[in-house]
Design a protein around this ligand. Structure first.
Ligand code: ZN
Length: 269
């Protein structure tokens, strides 16, 4: 299963005012931060929920913990169903926090490559909830995130679906190429052996210099194809091309971040 535009978060529906501004019963005022990326966009005014994009492929453990700390930092919030919502190594799809008073803040992942999520009050947006939401948003922005206006959400989620499919294809390329990086093929018997061995595991013949040259050539080609797939994964994961001038991190840094272990791509079933 994967997040998609079809699985919208249970957010409060904004009411369009006559002046075209988004208003809702309870207002959240998130001032724009001069000098920050959010400052280039219209500040959040009159909302009790918001959408965010983060320059990572999905909500991984690191960012989940970052958001947990932001919400629970004042000591009166706890994570609801922490175990059930985060299987080791798998992306987090939702997160819920509850205040001691019973108020609740909910996060739902809407898209991957890059991570797009909605966060908002579950039920009434009390001052406590709005403050917790603001802490979460500020933590996300500090981590290179971006607020996504309602008007852009559909476009962004459509891109997430397309980018997710490209990411799955890139992962498949990496899997296929790994064979040529770790194994060698015997033309005589068709068996696969470990890359460095001298004798075929199938027919026991000693590999000739021509076999070694062919293996090395395949290995070089596989290295190049794999590197291109890694670059594409990094670009897809950090959200390059979805918004102008975002993310702020240079591609090299994003590629380095993406090459670190970060769980498994979950394929649709
Ligand atoms: Zn053989």
């Amino acid at each position: 299963m994967r997040p998609s535009a079809g699985k919208a978060a249970p957010v409060r529906t904004p009411v369009r005012g006559s002046a075209g501004r988004t208003v809702s019963g309870r207002t959240v005022i998130l001032p724009s931060r001069p000098g920050s990326r959010s400052g280039q966009r219209k500040p959040w005014v009159g909302r009790s929920y918001g959408h965010l994009a983060l320059p990572v492929p999905h909500l991984d453990d690191v960012h989940r913990d970052l958001l947990d700390r932001a919400v629970c930092g004042d000591g009166s919030w706890t994570v609801v169903n922490a175990e059930g919502d985060s299987e080791p190594g798998l992306p987090v799809l939702r997160r819920q926090w509850r205040h001691a008073s019973g108020d609740s803040l909910l996060l739902v992942v809407l898209g991957w490559y890059p991570l797009v999520l909605t966060v908002g009050a579950e039920g009434a947006a009390s001052l406590k909830v709005r403050r917790a939401e603001r802490r979460l948003v500020e933590a996300a922005l500090a981590a290179g995130g971006l607020t996504v206006p309602d008007a852009e959400l559909e476009r962004v989620l459509t891109q997430c679906c397309e980018r997710w499919e490209k990411a799955v294809a890139a992962r498949r390329v990496l899997d296929e190429q790994r064979t040529w990086l770790e194994c060698r093929f015997c033309r005589t018997c068709g068996a696969w052996s470990a890359y460095g061995v001298l004798h075929c595991r199938g027919c026991a013949r000693r590999f000739a210099p021509a076999d070694d040259a062919e293996r090395d050539e395949r290995g070089r080609a596989a290295t190049e194809v794999s590197a291109a797939a890694e670059r594409e994964l990094a670009s897809l994961g950090c959200g390059e091309g979805v918004f102008p001038d975002w993310p702020a991190a240079p591609p090299a840094e994003a590629a380095e971040a993406a090459s670190r272990p970060h769980g498994t791509v979950v394929t649709a079933s």
